[in-house]
Design a protein around this ligand. Structure first.
Ligand code: AMP
Ligand code: ZN
Ligand code: FE
Ligand code: FE
Length: 281
C-alpha cells in the first residue's frame, strides 16, 4: 500500500511540525511507497530539510510544493504549485513579496488587537528568513491566552473577514500565480475547490473554466473536509476539464489538530490510490 499526502504545512509557514520531522511522521516503514509534498503558504524554505530527512528512507519521495493565496473577485482562492524549482529566482522574488505583504498585515492585526486591549507579543509574528507567518499562529496565541475558545472562535471574533481585527494583505490573481508556478517549472493545481463557500457550483465551474484557459493543470479532488458527494462532484469536474486529480490532508500539526497527516479526518486513506501523483513528478 502507498501513502500519499500532497498538501502539508510545516513550521516554515503555519504548521507546528518541522519540515525535517514530516517524513518520519508518515511512518514510511508501514508502506511500500510514500509521496509527500510540503505546500507551505508563500514559501519553499522547508523543502530542502524535508528532502534531506527523507533520504533516510528509500521509499519516500518529496515533491517540491507551495500554496499561494490569490484574490479572485475579492475572495481568497488557494493555488497549489507542484514540481517547481525552489531555487528559481523569479519565484523566490515573488514569494518574498507575498511574505512582505504578510509581515505588514500581521503587524496591523497586532495593532488592532492592542487597540481592543489584547497585547499579542511581537515574537508571535516574527518570521525566520524565508518563512511565512499566517493568522493561525496569532489564533493559537489567542486561544492559549484565553481570548478565544478555539481556532474557529479566534477567526470568528478577531481574525476572519468578519472579525473585529481583520486586515487584508497583498495577493496575486489566480492568473498571476499560475504563471509564476509555470515559469518556475511547476504545475498549478486548484486547492480544496469545495471550500470556496462564496461560489455556487455554476460559479465554481465558471472559475475553473477560466483558470484552465490560464494554464491550470490539476484540481485537489481528495481533501479532509470533502463529503463523499463533494468528492464525486470534484472527480467529475476533473474529468470534464481534463485536470490531474490530486489530494492531501492540509496537515498543520497542532494548529489544526483534527487534520492528521495523510488521513485527514480518517477518510483519506481510501483515496491514496486515486491521487495522480505520477503526473506531477
Ligand atoms: P493567512 O495565510 O495568514 O491569510 O491565513 C489563512 C489561513 O487561516 C488559512 O489557510 C486557514 O488555515 C486559516 N483560516 C482562514 N479563515 C479561517 C476561519 N474562518 N476559521 C479557521 N481558520 C481559518
Ligand atoms: Zn496553512
Ligand atoms: Fe488552503
Ligand atoms: Fe493548506
Amino acid at each position: 500500500m502507498d501513502f500519499i499526502d500532497l498538501h502539508i504545512h510545516s513550521t516554515a509557514s503555519d504548521g507546528t511540525v518541522r519540515p525535517e520531522d514530516i517524513p518520519a511522521l508518515a511512518e514510511p516503514e508501514r508502506y511500500e511507497r510514500v509521496v509527500l509534498s510540503l505546500t507551505d503558504h508563500d514559501c519553499v524554505s522547508g523543502y530542502a530539510a524535508c528532502r534531506r530527512a527523507a533520504e533516510e528512507y528509500p521509499n519516500v519521495t518529496v515533491l517540491a510544493g507551495v500554496e499561494i493565496s490569490t484574490d479572485y473577485r475579492g475572495n481568497s482562492v488557494h493555488m497549489l504549485g507542484y514540481g517547481i524549482d525552489p531555487e528559481d529566482p523569479a519565484l523566490q522574488e515573488q514569494l518574498k513579496a507575498l511574505r512582505n505583504g504578510r509581515d505588514i498585515r500581521n503587524a496591523k492585526i497586532l495593532e488592532k488587537l492592542r487597540g481592543i486591549g489584547i497585547a499579542v507579543p511581537e515574537e508571535t509574528i516574527h518570521p525566520e528568513e524565508g518563512e511565512a507567518i499566517g493568522r493561525p499562529l496569532i489564533a493559537r496565541w489567542l486561544v492559549e491566552n484565553g481570548y478565544a475558545k478555539d481556532n474557529a472562535d479566534a477567526f470568528a471574533r478577531y481574525l476572519g473577514v468578519r472579525g473585529s481585527c481583520y486586515v487584508d494583505r497583498m495577493k496575486y490573481t489566480p492568473k498571476e500565480s499560475i504563471r509564476l508556478i509555470r515559469d518556475a517549472g511547476g504545475k498549478a493545481v486548484l486547492a480544496h475547490p469545495m471550500q470556496y463557500k462564496f461560489l455556487q457550483r455554476p460559479e465554481l465551474e465558471e472559475m475553473i473554466a477560466l483558470l484552465k484557459s490560464e494554464g491550470l493543470e490539476g484540481i485537489e479532488t481528495y481533501y479532509t473536509e470533502f463529503t463523499e458527494e463533494e468528492t464525486r462532484y470534484v472527480e467529475r469536474l476533473a474529468d470534464r476539464f481534463g485536470l490531474i486529480r490530486t489530494g492531501g490532508s492540509d496537515f498543520h500539526g497542532e494548529n489544526k489538530p483534527t487534520y492528521t497527516l495523510g488521513y485527514g479526518w480518517g477518510n483519506l486513506g481510501a483515496t491514496f490510490g486515486k491521487i495522480e501523483y505520477e503526473k506531477l513528478l
